[in-house]
Design a binder for this molecule. Structure first.
Ligand code: 8OZ
Length: 364
């Protein structure tokens, strides 16, 4: 019998593409899009600098105008946005990298200021998220009270995801990650704290998962399962996410995903960007229900990532903060080199010039 060595720096076949290693850049909102929510020239360089990661998952990108909830987040629903993303993907590919894009609809995590016609944001139910978003000139403000989607409107949003996925492929992305996490629209449908519907999209676990399943079915039907991943955050409290019983909910979701077989499932363990043990959850039980590629995230360093890969707990590990501050994270891990710290004098979200965006140094 041959022993299979599992290592972080090993190439990995993800669907039809070959990744140079098992290290992934997690999707990171940076609020750097320019007029028309178009990624700008600095964004090309920012991602291209990180092309040595096995896979880049580009930041959450709205599938429609209504899907926006934050200032200066990019979209992939206009010709200008698609053309601008094409420059990003071309440069990442030229430097030997692979790149997906995360597709989102923010749902109730929005404000009338970002909505077409300054209308209310849309959500499963008319329950405000106890959270804030930033509006230039006004600062951090409470999210707006959303309006509950009519049953008949939901198919149109599924279609927005389908079209955005098609656009992403046209823009040269190797695939898309559906944002099913962090209290945004798909996750808000899943959870009983934000979904009080009485139609076929609310109530039972099966019903609350219906929107997710419809989005995944549509996107996979449009671009193929080998180009579609999904991100879930079973117990993250971020953005006022509330669920009374996450274990059976997410076990049902993963059983449904096993039938649809996306190219990976990306799981945020614990509280996003915070403690990994904020709430009890059996991630191993979830993993056992899926026969495909399993990606883990949240606070991983090199040793934790190697352990997760070697033990088989994960096939891929994604890094947020570390990939942001270290464009050459793969080399630094390989050489056990020191890691850059987050610049304290540059914003994580927004900003004008390169500082804190494209000026994190690489090793000489
Ligand atoms: C931080 C700030 C704004 C949005 C997420 C897309 O939590 C985000 C996000 C993160 O997934």
């Amino acid at each position: 019998m041959t022993e299979t060595v599992r290592d972080l720096f090993q190439p990995f076949k993800l669907g039809d593409i070959q990744l140079a290693n098992r290290m992934v850049m997690a999707p990171l909102t940076r609020n750097r899009a320019e007029d028309g929510n178009v990624p700008g020239a600095m964004t090309i360089e920012y991602y291209a600098q990180r092309a040595s990661l096995g896979l880049i998952i580009a930041e959450a990108t709205q599938v429609s105008a209504q899907a926006q909830g934050y200032v200066s987040t990019p979209g992939v629903h206009t010709p200008e946005q698609i053309a601008a993303w094409r420059k990003v993907t071309d440069e990442v590919h030229a430097r030997g990298g692979k790149i997906f894009v995360q597709l989102w609809h923010t749902g109730r995590m929005s404000h009338t200021a970002f909505q077409p016609g300054e209308n209310a944001p849309v959500a499963p139910s008319a329950i405000r998220a106890n959270a804030k978003t930033y509006i230039p000139g006004a600062g951090y403000v409470d999210t707006s009270l959303p309006r509950a989607l009519e049953t008949a409107e939901i198919a149109g949003i599924v279609d927005d995801f389908r079209t955005a996925a098609r656009n992403a492929i046209e823009a040269g992305f190797d695939g898309v990650e559906i944002h099913g996490a962090h209290g945004y629209l798909i996750d808000a449908f899943l959870r009983d704290g934000s979904n009080k519907r009485t139609d076929q999209y609310g109530g039972s676990i099966e019903n609350r998962a219906r929107f997710l399943v419809e989005v995944m079915t549509a996107v996979i039907g449009e671009i193929g399962a080998s180009k579609v991943g999904i991100r879930l955050s079973p117990v993250s409290p971020v953005n006022d996410s509330n669920e009374s019983n996450p274990q059976p909910l997410f076990e049902h979701v993963v059983r449904e995903l096993e039938k649809l077989h996306p190219v990976y499932i990306h799981v945020v363990e614990g509280a996003t960007g915070g403690p990994r043990d904020n709430a009890p959850f059996d991630y191993e039980a979830l993993r056992k229900l899926y026969s495909g590629v399993w990606m883990l995230n949240n606070g991983y360093n090199k040793d934790m990532a190697q352990e997760a890969i070697a033990s088989g707990r994960a096939d891929l590990v994604s890094f947020g903060r570390l990939a942001l501050t270290n464009p050459d994270l793969v080399r630094r891990f390989k050489e056990n080199a020191p890691l850059n710290e987050l610049f304290q004098d540059a914003p994580l979200y927004g900003g004008q010039g390169p500082h804190g965006y494209t000026d994190y140094p690489t090793l000489p």
